[in-house]
Design a protein around this ligand. Structure first.
Ligand SMILES: Nc1ncnc2c1ncn2[C@@H]1O[C@H](COP(=O)(O)OP(=O)(O)OP(=O)(O)O)[C@@H](O)[C@H]1O
Ligand SMILES: [Zn+2]
Length: 731
């Protein structure tokens, strides 16, 4: 019998829960190729880039294909990161190849070569030092002055606009030379540091606890808005750098503004590598690789940055750990906060989760002793907690949703030289377009909920309609399609309409609207803030405005139109609303001037508002945890949500029945299959099955059996389906 053929086991980014065997590329032996290396292979009629996971022997009778190329001399994924990703694939019951592809930056995932990431700097030559005193004033001289000591190119990119043009003339005269940074000694960012605050007592206790951690420990830094959590992170990062280690900081999508980055850069004195959706693929790949090579010492990034390699790891921070943007909502549905904890444990380093409104999961973990609970109960510096008042607007006249008390308060705050934030979590001009004569209203032709069709939101001052569920758009009709009346009226208020109302009433003041419609990307948000500066003015916006921002002159926050949120059905909706309200309230009075928060409502006695106003977030959270426990919801139960959709309603239901049948012998509960809370979206009929277990282990034991049954189900190809482990929302 001939000896079995050695093969490479490869994970490919395809939605199949298996590895694929390949022969090595021509001229290479299997054992010359290491686990974690990328491998370019033929797959069907196309090419794919996979990751080698192991070595094995060909199974008899299986036709083998030869790999095409080995893009890198070294493994790209290795050690802890590869092991954590393998664990994650198991936990999410997702194909390993897809998980690995999610972790890699797009350029590397596509098989592009791994770029050089050596950092360079510029410094004066001997001749430069000699020439400097006699140089004429101007940009080249200013640059030459800076280059008296070496400056990194990335520092110059950040701090000296147009430096490359000035450099050219210095270089032609032989006054400067380029220098390479060693991987262990990145160029210091001297001369631009901000002095640290001296930490207050609460901050000191928290910072010392983190510094004292020896190996893995998870900390919940539970500090009220404006308590100076960032200072505690900075202290921990400084300590981590002093020990020669790398630090990873995760921030919410909207939190990574140039302002926030500048704060880190100024304080840490080393290059801070940002990783977010505003970068192009090449930039993202370079940061990832610089981390892998130990050149990047501090990485600050959004969700997917949780997958950067950390060969010298020392610390992982998750800021605003409750934030919804940490959960990926399609493809590989990971939660970056949870992955951060898993990695910190595997790396043997401390993890710090910070928030003023911790998720109930994290609070529960702290109460159970799994996380060290660090509290900051007071605002830092001279700032006092904002004064919160509920405004009952029943039977009161409203102007674009604003009551007269609120308008008076806005006028008062502006007259006193302060800034005002008007918060309304609804984009567009109005949520509904209604015919005043016959009752017709505009709804989306592609979406619906059980009791009614989905209204389309009015945009562009009434000229356009848009569905916020599927994105469908069309011009507003000029007359009612049912009765031909011209009496079409926008009903209710979105941020656009509130902006228009405030512009009319406060014509002498800047009124800036901040929502996804007006502010597509992070720099635009910062530009809005810069435009306003410290002068009096009004910001109108959605939840984009709610968190993380530090506007010292903001003295009044008005919250309008929260009432629909009070009666939402999802088990997490109260938690999310409470977090949103506390975060948005926390924007007021963050510096020396006191802040006021007005909550306008038709339900002043609603228990959620009462407990938040009188007891604060922690009182709310305690009550909510009791409700969750009584109802058997997370964090007291563990859920997995199977979703399926198709053009017709039957195949998704049949498919989910297969799952339910496969799950029946296990210690888990299956609810459904049922039509999804929004049973039709973008023309697809949607159904879901919720699997729930009191013990996490039981859920996973069941999924081990359910998932193979689903891949094998005859209906699997007729539906689009997905599994969401630890779903954040049940729709
Ligand atoms: N020890 C300190 N002394 C004086 N001022 C401080 C101190 N620590 C922080 N501050 C200031 O207090 C303000 C709030 O700090 P920071 O933004 O870190 O708060 P936070 O806890 O992250 O708040 P939030 O959760 O609301 O975003 C900042 O302007 C910061 O400069
Ligand atoms: Zn729609």
């Amino acid at each position: 019998m001939p000896a079995p053929t050695p093969v490479l086991r490869v994970a490919l980014p395809v939605p199949l829960p298996r590895l694929f065997d390949y022969l090595p590329p021509i001229g290479l032996a299997t054992d010359a190729i290491a686990v974690g290396q990328r491998l370019q292979v033929p797959f069907g009629s196309r090419e794919a880039c996979g990751i080698v996971i192991g070595h094995g022997h060909a199974e008899p009778g299986v036709e083998l294909r030869q790999a095409l190329a080995l893009p890198d001399p070294q493994p790209l994924l290795r050690g802890e990161l590869l092991a954590s990703l393998q664990w994650l694939a198991g936990y999410l019951h997702a194909p390993l190849g897809e998980v690995l592809a999610t972790a890699l930056p797009a350029a590397l995932r596509r098989g592009e070569p791994a770029a050089d990431t050596t950092a360079y700097g510029w410094v004066l030559t001997e001749a430069g030092h000699t020439a400097l005193p006699a140089m004429r004033n101007g940009k080249p001289k200013a640059l030459a002055t800076l280059l008296a000591s070496v400056r990194a190119e990335d520092w110059l990119d950040d701090e000296v606009p147009g430096w490359r043009a000035s450099l050219r003339s210095l270089r032609e005269r032989g006054l400067v030379e380029r220098e390479k940074a060693g991987s262990e000694s990145p160029f210091p960012r001297k001369g631009d540091s901000d002095p640290a605050f001296s930490l207050n007592d609460e901050q000191r206790v928290a910072a010392d606890a983190v510094r004292a951690a020896d190996g893995f420990a998870a900390f919940l830094l539970d500090g009220v808005t404006g308590s100076g959590k960032t200072e505690v992170y900075l202290d921990a990062i400084t300590d981590c750098l002093a020990r020669g280690k790398q630090a990873l900081v995760l921030v919410p999508e909207i939190g990574l503004t140039p302002q926030a980055l500048a704060r880190f850069r100024k304080r840490l004195g080393v290059p801070v590598h940002a990783l977010h959706s505003g970068l192009n693929d090449n930039q993202r790949a370079r940061v990832w690789l610089a981390a892998a090579r130990g050149q990047a010492r501090v990485i600050v990034g959004t969700r997917s940055a949780v997958f950067v390699p950390l060969p010298d790891a020392g610390l992982i921070v998750v800021d605003e750990e409750h934030d919804g943007s940490y959960k990926q909502f399609d493809g590989i549905r990971y939660h970056a906060r949870d992955v951060a904890i898993v990695r910190a444990r595997a790396l043997g380093v401390p993890a710090v989760l910070g928030s003023a409104t911790p998720s109930l999961e994290s609070l529960h973990n702290a109460q159970a002793g799994r996380y060290v609970h660090l509290r900051l109960r007071h605002r830092a510096g001279n700032a006092r907690p904002p004064h919160v008042r509920v405004l009952d607007v029943r039977k009161r006249p409203l102007h674009a949703g604003l009551g007269e008390d609120a308008l008076l308060a806005i006028r008062g705050a502006l007259d006193a030289g302060g800034q005002v934030l008007v918060f309304r979590n609804r984009r567009g001009y109005a949520p509904v377009l209604l015919c005043h004569d016959c009752g017709w209203s505009a709804h989306c032709p592609r979406c619906s909920t059980p009791d009614k069709p989905t209204p389309m939101t009015v945009h562009a001052h009434g000229r356009r309609l848009q569905c916020h569920h599927c994105g469908h758009r069309r011009p507003s009709p000029l007359a009612c399609p049912d009765c031909a009346s011209l009496g079409l009226q926008p009903q209710g208020n979105g941020t656009e309409r509130i902006e228009a109302e405030l512009q009319a009433r406060f014509a002498d003041m800047p009124v800036l609207r901040i929502d996804r419609g007006s502010t597509g990307h992070r720099d635009a948000l910062q530009q809005h803030f810069d435009e306003l500066g410290a002068q009096p003015g009004i910001l109108v916006g959605t939840q984009m405005l709610a968190k993380g921002h530090d506007l010292p002159n903001l003295t009044l926050v008005v919250v309008v139109g929260i009432d629909e949120g009070l009666f939402s059905a999802d088990f997490r909706s109260s938690e999310k609303l409470a977090q949103l309200l506390v975060q948005v309230a926390g924007r007021a009075g963050r510096a020396d001037k006191p802040g006021t928060v007005l909550l306008q409502t038709h339900h002043p006695d609603h228990p959620l508002l009462q407990i938040l106003v009188n007891g604060g977030y922690h009182a709310f959270a305690e009550g909510e945890l009791e409700l969750r426990q009584a109802a058997g919801f997370p964090p007291f139960a563990h859920l997995a949500l199977l979703r399926a959709e198709a053009r017709h309603a039957d195949p998704p239901m049949q498919f989910l029945h297969v799952a339910k049948a496969a799950a029946k012998d296990f210690a888990i509960e299956a609810s459904g299959p049922l039509p999804a809370p929004m049973p039709r979206r973008a023309g697809y009929q949607r159904a879901q099955l919720v699997l729930s277990a009191a013990q996490r282990r039981d859920l996973h034991v069941a999924l081990e059996v359910v998932m193979p049954a689903l891949y094998a189900a005859p209906d699997a190809r007729k539906v689009r389906w997905s599994l969401d482990v630890d779903p954040v929302e049940l729709y």
